[in-house]
Ligand binder design. Structure first.
Ligand SMILES: C[S@@+](CC[C@H](N)C(=O)[O-])C[C@H]1O[C@@H](n2cnc3c(N)ncnc32)[C@H](O)[C@@H]1O
Length: 203
């Protein structure tokens, strides 16, 4: 079934749920999900988001129901003790959006983009990565790199994508939680991940 929907190891273009639903149960140790949120913009109502966030305003957004459904499908395709690494903004984190799904939050990494954004009180400078785990909850046997800090500073090139996420952090987490081998400080997967970068919300 998978072959009919996607070819492995190339960037996918299409609906994230269609891709996920084509995958077998418990087929992967790791899913990254970077949803295209609307919730915070609906809440803040800045009114001039098109002018302030040129790239973002043109991207298709995901409803909260859609985001939760993707998370539940991700839980299905994860192996036991596998991880869903979900990017989340300050609003979603404070509102506990990640608590709506049946996976346990086991860690949180704060990404500092080193570039000030918007905010009615403090100004945003990056996002958060919530690490959710499928039962049974295990740390030592599933996470090999114990030098990844919970505060991660990395500049990104937004000409690649308006919401591009820190590729060095992502590469390090892939090596830490999967069977991919390499030097965890500069994993060989980094260049490959650049090539595979998908415009879709799921990597
Ligand atoms: C926050 S961005 C992801 C940025 C990406 N992680 C990166 O590092 O470049 C969310 C992306 O999800 C895409 N998107 C929106 N709806 C989608 C859907 N139903 N299926 C797959 N991707 C979708 C948007 O076009 C947007 O590119």
């Amino acid at each position: 079934m998978l072959d009919r929907v996607c070819t492995l190891n190339v960037a996918q273009r299409g609906d994230a749920l269609v891709l996920l639903r084509s995958l077998a149960d418990a087929c992967t140790p790791l899913v990254f999900f970077d949803p295209q949120h609307r919730a915070v913009l609906d809440k803040l109502k800045f009114g001039n988001e098109g002018a302030r966030q040129r790239g973002r305003a043109g991207l298709p957004a995901m409803t909260e129901d859609y985001i939760d459904t993707v998370c539940c499908e991700s839980a299905r395709v994860l192996q036991p003790s596998g991880y869903l690494m979900r990017w989340i903004d300050t609003f979603g984190l404070c509102e506990g959006h990640h608590l709506r799904i049946p996976l346990k939050p086991v860690d949180l990494i704060a990404w500092d983009s080193m570039r000030p954004g918007m905010g009615k009180r403090s100004r945003r400078r990056g996002d958060y990565l919530v690490v959710l785990q499928k039962p049974p909850i295990r740390a030592g046997s599933t996470w090999r790199d114990h030098a990844i800090p919970s505060r991660w500073s990395e500049k990104v090139d937004r000409s690649i994508h308006p919401h591009v996420k820190p590729i060095a952090l992502i590469a390090r987490l892939i090596v830490a939680t999967t069977e991919l081998r390499g030097d965890a400080r500069r994993p060989p997967t980094r260049a490959r991940i650049h090539r595979l970068r998908s415009d879709g919300g799921v990597k």
